[in-house]
Design a protein around this ligand. Structure first.
Ligand code: NAD
Length: 436
């Protein structure tokens, strides 16, 4: 055991479990049990999950011989105060069958003015329940997440549920826990041209998270154009050559960046996916921060994202059915001393995607953000010892995430099935103990 591990073990941090990540074969959990918080049938959900090739446990006697790798809890119907009791009872009784690296997904209705106060209260109560349960089961590598949807979507219009169920029940979401994903766009008429190879731009693709995203998208069949700055050209070229992608040297904060990408898009019949991953940190407390550091960080992390999208959208360079995914950060959600510039830019991204999603609805384009917590990259290696070690361990899963965890979440937003989710930010942080 290393000295650091010994020290953290003395401080009461348990040795983290090895997370089961997607290896090309192990995506779907073997056994899924569906529960609900009302006296209703699970038939529709059982059928949907079976159709998606999950092995659904229908007969509870099977539990004696099988362990549960996933629990799906239908909490869309609130039937009075008894629903709280049923929630406790059904989950409590089945937790003992849960395997390590298990997935728990609650399907619930989002609070909204059309619901009664009792129903809205129940929705919010479920968020507290799921985050707390996530913190309890995290030490076994298990995750808990919520999909906000409607009863109608479970019974009649199930298409929108497919992408979030597939992702949140799979090994691809190993570092995503305590999150809420809302289905907020019921349009499912997105026409996607399946004959043409899709093109994706990934900024900041030479290394770290950007390189992992580029590799993941290439494996998913995209032609990837990796963008990075001139000093990174050699590394970018090697990274892109390894995945049969193309390297494009560009400073995203350059005033001509949008125009340069428009010209590139014309040669490629438009882009199907833009991943705004390029980002920098220039850390100092605000009183000591040079204006240039402030400006540069805002410019690269936020303002260039907005400018580039505006340019591309004005020239229809993003195809119908397209996707935009931006990189935010946990520090934009929780705040971080010494990072007013960075947190300002990353919180801005969250507001930006929420607002832009409404505008993009008419163009059949979705926009979402991924907010990584502590991810093992060069950026986090540069952190001072104490905040780095604490940052790595202070989450429900007790460890840092990997670039592939962020890449899998970007790829989730990019799938054709994920047409009904827009304007959202999903944290890939193992459910950080600090922050929202
Ligand atoms: P990294 O520093 O390893 O890589 C960032 C890449 O962006 C580099 O290749 C860099 O050259 C490129 N880049 C910087 N400025 C650019 C510009 N003006 N134009 C084009 N490219 C530019 O960082 P990373 O850890 O891989 O982070 C990737 C993204 O994830 C960033 O947006 C970062 O803020 C975000 N993020 C990372 C973490 C983490 O734990 N590593 C946590 C939260 C958020």
């Amino acid at each position: 055991m290393s000295l650091t591990n010994k020290l953290f073990s003395l401080l009461g941090f348990a040795k983290p479990i090895t997370l089961k990540r997607y290896n090309g074969h192990n995506n779907l959990p073997a056994n899924v049990l569906v529960l609900n918080t009302a006296t209703q049938s699970n038939e529709a959900l059982n059928q949907l999950l079976t159709k998606l090739k999950f092995n659904v446990i229908i007969n509870n006697d099977d539990l004696i011989v099988k362990s549960i790798e996933s629990l799906v809890i239908d909490a869309t119907s609130y039937q009075g105060e008894d629903s709280y009791q049923t929630l406790y009872k059904t989950v409590h009784e089945n937790l003992k069958y849960l395997s390590t690296n298990a997935r728990i997904v609650l399907i619930a209705k989002a609070s909204q003015p059309s619901l009664s106060t009792e129903e809205n209260t129940f929705s919010q109560a479920l968020v507290g329940f799921s985050k707390s349960l996530a913190k309890e089961v995290g030490r076994k590598g298990s995750t808990v997440n919520i999909i906000f949807t409607s009863t109608k979507q479970i019974n009649e219009n199930q298409k929108a549920l497919v992408a979030p169920l597939r992702f949140l029940l799979s090994a691809k979401s190993a570092f995503v826990s305590g999150q809420v994903v809302s289905i907020n766009n019921n349009k499912n008429d997105l026409t996607v041209n399946k004959d043409k190879q899709k093109t994706a731009i990934v900024t900041g693709a030479a290394q770290g998270i950007g390189a992992a995203i580029a590799e993941k998208l290439s494996n998913d069949g995209y032609l990837v154009i990796g963008v990075d700055i001139e000093p990174m050209k050699a590394l970018l070229t090697t990274t892109m050559a390894n995945l049969s992608g193309e390297a494009f040297t560009l400073d995203v904060s350059d005033s001509s960046a949008g125009e340069q990408l428009i010209q590139l898009g014309k040669k490629l019949h438009g882009f199907d996916l833009i991943v705004h991953n390029a980002g920098i940190t220039r850390d100092k407390t605000l009183g000591k921060m040079p204006e240039q550091w402030w400006q540069q960080t805002l410019n690269i992390n936020l303002l260039s994202v907005m400018r580039i999208n505006k340019s591309l959208l004005s020239q229809n360079s993003i195809n119908s059915g397209g996707r935009i995914v931006c990189l935010s950060s946990m520090n934009g959600i929780a705040g971080q001393g010494g990072q007013t510039n960075y947190a300002c830019s990353k919180a801005g991204i969250i507001g930006y995607v929420a607002s832009m999603s409404r505008e993009l609805l008419t163009k059949n384009i979705t926009i979402n953000a991924v907010a990584p917590g502590f991810i093992e990259t060069k950026m986090t290696k540069k952190m001072p010892f104490a905040p780095r070690e604490m940052g790595r361990r202070m989450n429900a899963l007790g460890q840092g995430g990997l670039p592939i965890d962020v890449a899998e979440t970007v790829a989730f937003f990019a799938t054709d099935d994920c047409y009904a989710i827009s304007g959202q930010t999903v944290r890939v942080c193992g459910l950080n103990m600090i922050g929202a």
